[in-house]
Design a protein around this ligand. Structure first.
Ligand SMILES: [Zn+2]
Ligand SMILES: [Zn+2]
Ligand SMILES: [Zn+2]
Length: 266
């Protein structure tokens, strides 16, 4: 596939499910004025070969789409159906209006069972009165498939463990986006070989039941050995000014916290 300089992964949000700041929280990070400590719910936007792929329809999608200037969406890739990754789904209507068509969305078996149960008005609609519903063609993907063709782009699915459930990461060329996981199976580590940039779940320094904590994230990074890693799905334990190579809480070279609006050339 020919590369163009416009291929880009944009981090639309790098926050955990509450976002940061957390309403009511008086902690230093939640009160911080550093814009890099303000984290919308985790989501990303892939622009490649003139195509536009949205990863998840997070709670903050409207704000993210406006901020990033997303002009159209050719397909949606779901990582999994948790609320923070899906509850912006109604914002897809705006794209239906301008594109005049339904938008294909891809997810694993869990996502394809859960979304119609969460949003029956979208996936099992009766008569609609009022503002309309998002038009989405939900299709199940096989996370074990070696590669998928999504809107004409070759995407490698990365099966992940997320607590007792399964989520999916995605590799596109030299970049892998791996949010919401507590374990990365060998198959996916193999598929991540050679990536130069990794975006990786790291919710907080302390262990967590369904997410990678810092030590676990660093362990996986040392196995994948990307040139650059951006930690995402960050909670309010991480002060952007204090965590990073050479900072108060040092991170290994090449590892840093993501921030909303981060643009990663592919
Ligand atoms: Zn999440
Ligand atoms: Zn806080
Ligand atoms: Zn999740």
């Amino acid at each position: 596939m020919a590369r163009t300089s416009r291929n880009m992964l944009t981090i639309l949000g790098c926050g955990t499910s509450t976002g940061v700041p957390i309403p009511t929280c008086p902690c230093k990070v939640c009160r911080s004025r550093n814009p890099k400590n303000k984290r919308l719910r985790a989501s990303a936007w892939l622009q490649a070969e003139g195509r536009s792929l949205l990863i998840d329809t997070g709670t903050d999608l409207r704000q993210q789409a406006l901020r990033a200037g997303i002009p159209r969406i050719d397909a949606i890739l779901y990582t999994h159906p948790h609320s923070d990754h899906t509850h912006g789904i109604d914002e897809i209507r705006a794209f239906n209006f301008t594109q005049q068509s339904a938008i294909p969305a891809f997810g694993n078996a869990w996502t394809c069972q859960e979304l119609p149960a969460r949003f029956p008005y979208i996936f099992k609609p009766g008569p609609v009165e009022g503002g309309g519903i998002p038009l989405i063609e939900l299709k199940e993907l096989d996370p074990n498939a070696e590669r998928l063709e999504i809107a004409g782009l070759e995407v490698v699915p990365l099966p992940l463990q997320h607590g007792s459930k399964e989520s999916v990461g995605y590799r596109f060329e030299s970049v892998a986006y791996v949010t919401d996981c507590s374990y990365i199976p060998e198959l996916s580590l193999d598929r991540m070989r050679g990536v130069t940039t990794l975006v990786l779940d790291c919710i907080r320094p302390r262990p967590h039941r369904t997410h990678l904590a810092l030590d676990q994230a660093l362990e996986f990074i040392s196995r994948v050995r990307p040139r650059k890693t951006y930690l995402t799905h960050l909670g309010h334990e991480f002060d952007y000014a204090e965590w990073g190579p050479g900072r108060k809480h040092p991170l290994p070279r090449g590892v840093q916290l993501a921030y909303d609006g981060l643009r990663i050339p592919i």
